[in-house]
Write a protein that binds this ligand. Structure first.
Ligand code: MG
Length: 382
């Protein structure tokens, strides 16, 4: 059954900044909207995600979400914006279920989506709710009047999940006499049942500056992860010697399928190890002719992109190159600059060391060069 999502991101106001609508404000490493989008995109069962934006917000949205995002221009009210998103999905065809989400609730746990889609098997709509824990009361002017019975009252969150045809029909038939605050009330007004599932405090809406601070805390502490890598290549005559993306003058070079940059290979394995995503051979098999004589910088760029794709950053890399010759010292700074450039990190995060093995073993006999790498990355655990 095909499931799509709509993110309503058409708001133009903000109580936090006059210049920037709250969905475009920064939360951690990306915008509030980009968090909402990523959470829906990475959920396996969700296909297209239509992002409904305000007129004139296209450039901001593209820079937040990239060129591939499906952007739809919204209307004057939330209802009209949702309608625009529904029509855009209807035009794609084949959508059977839809989640409608507010961009301003960026930290959407996958478990809430699980519960919604599960409940939707038994009804036309499902919404996440939380119990009200504070005492409720009415006020008249500044005076408290009667208390409000709290039992049976819940806070309603998004995303709200619906059978696509039903929610599209109630939107198309809405007479516009009243302006609903959410889609569940419209679907209920259309005579359908809406099931309540457990919401999550992580789904709190960002309205005030302190909400953004709370979301920063909720986003989670970055957990350090450490990976190690080791590689060896044979020294042969008639080949250039590449180490850390720098060509080092020497009477021999390293043999291998690619440019045989043993230091970069060890470092790629360390980064993949920190991600627990296999090793260099599983991503770039030597049997594949396209990697013949390939510059190893490409493998390192790939590893860097994998770290970014997981929402992480590279905290530090530490390499030890093991050989009798050539001397690494004179090239160390060029090598650090090369790795820092490829990885997009400062020189203070790139360490390169060298050692000999006291003429012992294959490195001691100058038959080959070995490299050891340790990479530390920070991943947000969500
Ligand atoms: Mg290798």
């Amino acid at each position: 059954m095909s499931t799509a999502a709509i993110i309503v991101a058409a708001g133009s106001g903000s109580r936090m900044s006059k210049d920037l609508p709250k969905q475009f404000m920064k939360l951690g490493d990306r915008s509030v909207l980009a968090h909402s989008y990523a959470r829906l995109k990475k959920y396996g069962a969700i296909g297209p995600v239509a992002v409904v934006i305000g007129a004139g917000q296209e450039a901001l949205s593209r820079s937040a979400l990239g060129d591939g995002a499906m952007l739809v221009t919204g209307g004057a009210t939330r209802r009209e914006s949702v309608r625009a998103g529904l029509e855009a999905l209807a035009a794609l065809g084949g959508v059977e279920r839809v989640l409608i989400h507010d961009a301003a609730r960026p930290l959407l746990p996958a478990a809430v989506i699980d519960r919604l889609l599960d409940a939707l098997k038994h009804g036309t709509g499902a919404i996440p709710v939380l119990p009200v824990v504070d005492t409720l009361a009415r006020v008249e002017g500044a005076r408290i009047s009667d208390g409000v019975e709290r039992s049976g009252i819940v806070q309603v969150q998004t995303p709200q999940a619906f059978a696509f045809d039903a929610v599209l029909a109630v939107h198309r038939q809405w007479n516009g006499a009243t302006e609903p605050t959410d889609d569940a009330s419209m679907v209920r007004a259309g005579g359908h049942d809406v099931i309540a599932v457990e919401g999550d405090t992580m789904l709190g809406k960002i309205t005030h500056a302190q909400d953004l601070e709370r979301a920063e805390r909720d986003l989670g502490i970055s957990i350090p992860r450490v990976g190690t890598g080791y590689d060896v290549h044979r020294l042969v005559p008639g080949k250039p010697l590449w180490l850390c993306g720098v060509q080092v003058p020497h009477d021999r070079g390293l043999s291998g399928h690619s440019d045989a940059d043993v230091a970069i290979h060890a470092l790629v394995d360390a980064l993949l190890g920190a991600l627990a995503e296999g090793d260099i051979g599983s991503h770039f098999p030597p049997s594949d002719p396209q990697w013949k004589d390939a510059p190893s910088a490409r493998f390192l760029e790939f590893a860097r992109e994998r770290v970014s794709a997981r929402g992480g950053c590279i905290a530090h890399v530490d390499l030890t190159i093991i050989c009798e010759a050539p001397k690494i010292g004179p090239h160390r700074e060029a090598m650090r600059a090369s790795l820092g450039h490829i990885l997009g990190i400062g020189l203070d995060r790139v360490s390169i060391k060298a050692t000999t093995t006291e003429r012992l073993g294959f490195t001691g006999r100058e038959e080959g060069i070995a490299a050891n790498a340790v990479a530390t990355i920070l991943l947000r655990e969500v």
